[in-house]
Write a protein that binds this ligand. Structure first.
Ligand code: MN
Length: 259
């Protein structure tokens, strides 16, 4: 068990009586190569980060039925959209760039159904990496399918050697939800993506960018729906000496505790 999880379990959960915890639907994926057996997958760091923040994760794989996604959202307190495959470009009206990776149609369908249900009920959403991308597409925005070929002046954003290495800076708008959560307006982040938000959807606003202009943080533009999306991976920073990334999960937990 990681030290972060041990601290989280001994700390935030000790005073809770059954039935009072906030439950978060966590989107997961499935083998895209059709392995036998065909397996469901989720990086465990997402679960650790939620439990450290005192939240109860409920893993939601790609589902056959959009109605199932709506039923789940009617019973949970929040939604965490996680990293993963590239969203199908036709969903935002673009032909496929040859550098766009494989998509998972069932995952796209399920997550878009979860987002639409959350939008109707104003259920809070925390979105990470693919999360802000699929959120933006679900609400009518578009993506860069491959940053190196579509934005050749961009920095390196796909530093896969060390998932926890802080490889580029991010400037965060003062007064934004992300700045409040992190407690800073200028931080350094890890970066494991080759796509990003391009045209922002109605109802969302950009509140953080890398120095090259690539969108790194989005949130809802209204006060009645708590939505925060970051392009980097705060869940990989559970044991980081800097508290910034844990602040994102804490802010999510605090918002959920408000009910
Ligand atoms: Mn980046």
């Amino acid at each position: 068990m990681s030290s972060a999880l041990t601290q989280g379990l001994s700390g935030s959960r000790s005073n809770r009586s059954p039935g009072t915890a906030q439950i978060v639907a966590v989107s997961a994926t499935s083998d895209s190569t059709g392995g036998n057996p065909h397996r469901l997958r989720l990086n465990s760091t997402y679960v650790t980060a939620l439990e450290c923040a005192g939240l109860v994760p409920l893993v939601v794989p790609p589902l056959a039925s959009e109605e199932s996604a709506r039923e789940i959202m009617a019973r949970v307190d929040g939604l965490l959209l996680t990293g993963g495959e590239d969203v199908e470009p036709s969903l935002y009206g673009q032909p496929r760039n040859r550098e766009c990776g494989p998509s998972n149609a069932a995952r796209d369908r399920t997550e878009i159904a979860l987002i639409k249900a959350a939008s109707e009920t104003r259920t809070p959403i925390l979105a990470i990496c693919r999360g802000p991308q699929v959120l933006n597409v679900a609400l009518g925005g578009s993506l860069f399918q491959d940053i190196p070929t579509e934005v050749p002046t961009a920095l390196g954003h796909n530093a896969r050697e060390d998932r926890a290495a802080r490889v580029h800076d991010v400037d965060i708008d003062e007064g934004s939800r992300i700045a409040e959560a992190i407690g800073e307006t200028h931080i350094s982040v890890n970066s494991l993506h080759h796509q990003s938000v391009r045209d922002i959807a109605p109802g969302l606003r950009v509140t953080a960018r890398a120095p090259d202009g690539i969108i790194e943080g989005i949130e809802s533009s209204s006060d009645d729906w708590w939505v925060m999306g970051v392009q980097w991976h705060p869940e990989e920073m559970n044991d980081s000496p800097e508290p910034w990334d844990r602040g994102i999960f804490r802010a999510f937990a605090e918002r959920l505790a408000e009910g």
